[in-house]
Ligand binder design. Structure first.
Ligand code: ME8
Length: 529
């Protein structure tokens, strides 16, 4: 087992059970899962939390339209979300639903801490509300067209008696936090936006609603329900058992990172810390805002008139290409913090080039050659020249580079470091031409060395990819004769661990896709959606 490096607490947003989740929704969860697996592999005691955000006007309206109770409405959808995360092999340690008793009671306790501090008062709310975002806006924030600045949809006028949280009291402390502890909010562009937002003047926040009742009752006035964001943000500590069952809270809080989409950075980097300051609880160490996958912006292909739009249903894509291919694509293609266009065409091309060609071919040719030239037994390396040195250096130095990139949430660059080994190893085969060495008895030592070095480089790759594609890692290790040996992080730094191991030829890791044919098939599916 790897050494214990301490604890690591990572969260995703808790999703609204309001619609079928598309590939964009899965992006954050896939990133959080890869980070959780990466930290576990390194020896951290990881707590990975996700869940669902089930109260509020939006859910009540959707349930009313369907003619079912909000509870029935959310129960059905939450089951589907859990099924999706199971299909996607998301390794969460806890799934919190905000309709659970454990959450609701603890959320009331947070409210009471803020109330007892004197930070909550009753007044009247008059302004605008975006129901899809569950967000309050003032006249001046909306501009003339009266649309939500976050999502661009129309807002509704709201006028009701309400409880308010003295956010304005925490404006200086929040500015201080963002300016003096810049790593609290990454990337920098989001931090600057938030500083500008506060500097425009931070108003007190309306934190209760009384025109509908699908929410957690306000403990001091049951005619009101809590504003859904106060309810939702609390999940990060209610799931840990604060305050009545604090074992996990004491172990894991403060969170190492809240991963969130860019449009909800404001809630996590202003409202949530202000709530915690008011409740006199420690702040999370970091909030990281990721960009959006832009969906449906483009037809499947500009060059060919295909039938429908891109398929963005993760289940269909996983069914056709497998979960590892999809996860690899999401993590490799996009840069954390920036928006990126999602198209089926880029996805298929990436799967073909990086997975079928680069990785799949490397494994299949290496294993075939070890079978053919060495009876399947990984031989000893007998010599070492500059070309061997280059491969060995790249392979054994990758783990440290991967760690560096992962600590910056640069998943794409971390994967690129791993693919450096893959590309170098493929080039190594071309340079060493083992088929030519095999024809010359006097080159047997050189041939053995090449076979050994390829096996070792592949072993290192099989460890490094565990966080992103663990099933592919298992398949590789099966073929490399390492199925019974646990992939351990520290072993990725070392060469020469495969004395006398017997390899087994297996199926192609990723069958080569006919991109044109696949695009046509996806176009048909997209047209039917
Ligand atoms: O905001 N690309 O829930 P939500 C990337 N309940 N990310 C996307 C995306 C896309 N195309 N579409 C959605 C909520 N997301 C609240 C959170 S947390 C205390 C409460 C991301 O279901 C979005 O940015 O509307 C957000 O981070 C997440 O999906 C959940 O969105």
């Amino acid at each position: 087992m790897a050494e214990n490096k301490g604890t690591y607490y990572i969260t995703t947003p808790i999703y609204y059970p309001s619609a079928k989740l598309h590939i964009g929704h899965t992006y954050c969860t896939v990133m959080a899962d890869a980070m959780a697996r990466f930290k576990r592999l390194q020896g951290y005691d990881v707590m990975f939390l996700t869940g669902t955000d089930e109260h509020g006007q939006k859910i009540q309206t959707l349930a009313d339209a369907k003619g079912v109770t909000p509870q029935k409405y959310v129960d059905d959808i939450v089951d589907g979300i859990k099924d999706l995360w199971a299909t996607m092999e998301i390794s969460y340690d806890d799934f919190i639903r905000t309709t659970e008793e454990r959450h609701m009671e603890r959320c009331k306790a947070i409210f009471m801490k803020m109330y007892d501090k004197g930070d909550i008062y009753k007044s009247e709310y008059e302004g605008w509300y975006c129901t899809p975002c569950e967000s309050f806006w003032t006249e001046s924030q909306l501009g003339e067209d009266k649309v939500c600045p976050d999502c661009g949809r129309p807002v509704q006028k709201a006028k009701e008696e309400a409880y308010f949280f003295k956010m304005s009291k925490y404006a200086d402390a929040l500015i201080d936090l963002l300016k003096n502890n810049p790593s609290f909010l990454e990337p920098e562009s989001r931090r600057n936006e938030m500083i500008a937002f506060i500097e425009q003047g931070l108003e007190d926040l309306c934190i209760s609603r009384s025109t509908f009742d699908w929410g957690i009752p306000v403990p001091v006035d049951e005619r009101h329900v809590m504003y859904v964001w106060i309810d939702a943000l609390s999940n990060y500590i209610t799931a840990l058992g604060w305050p009545d069952d604090p074992e996990k809270y004491e172990k894991y809080w403060p969170a190492d990172v809240h991963l969130v989409g860019k449009e909800i950075v404001r809630f996590h980097s202003l409202i949530w810390p202000a709530m915690l300051m008011s409740a006199e609880l420690p702040l999370p160490k970091q909030v990281r805002g990721h960009g959006w996958l832009l969906l449906g912006g483009e037809k499947v292909s500009k060059s060919k008139a295909r039938k429908g739009k891109d398929v963005i249903d993760p289940v269909i894509l996983i069914d056709r290409y497998g979960i590892d291919a999809l996860k690899y694509f999401l993590l490799r293609e996009y840069t954390f913090g920036q928006d990126g266009m999602f198209t089926n065409e880029t996805m298929l091309q990436r799967i073909n080039s990086d997975l079928a060609n680069d990785l799949g071919n490397l494994l299949s040719r290496s294993v075939s050659m070890i079978v053919k030239y060495c009876d399947g037994v990984v031989p000893e390396a007998k010599q070492r020249d500059e070309i061997d040195d280059d491969l060995i250096t790249i392979a054994t130095s990758a783990a440290a580079k991967v760690e560096e990139k992962m600590n910056l949430f640069q998943y794409n660059l971390a994967l690129d470091e791993i693919w450096n080994i893959v590309r170098r190893a493929n080039k190594y085969i071309d340079e060493k031409m083992p088929w030519a060495l095999a024809k010359d008895e006097s080159k047997k030592d050189e041939l053995d060395t090449v076979m050994r070095n390829l096996a070792e480089a592949l072993r290192i790759v099989s460890i490094l990819i565990i966080p992103y594609m663990h099933t592919t890692s298992d398949k590789m290790r099966e073929q490399l004769g390492l199925a019974d040996v646990e992939g351990v992080w520290n072993d990725a730094f070392e060469f020469y661990q495969m004395n006398g191991v017997t390899v087994h030829k297996g199926d192609a890791l990723f069958p080569r896709l006919d991109v044109e044919k696949e695009l046509d098939a996806l176009g048909e599916i997209g047209a039917a959606q």
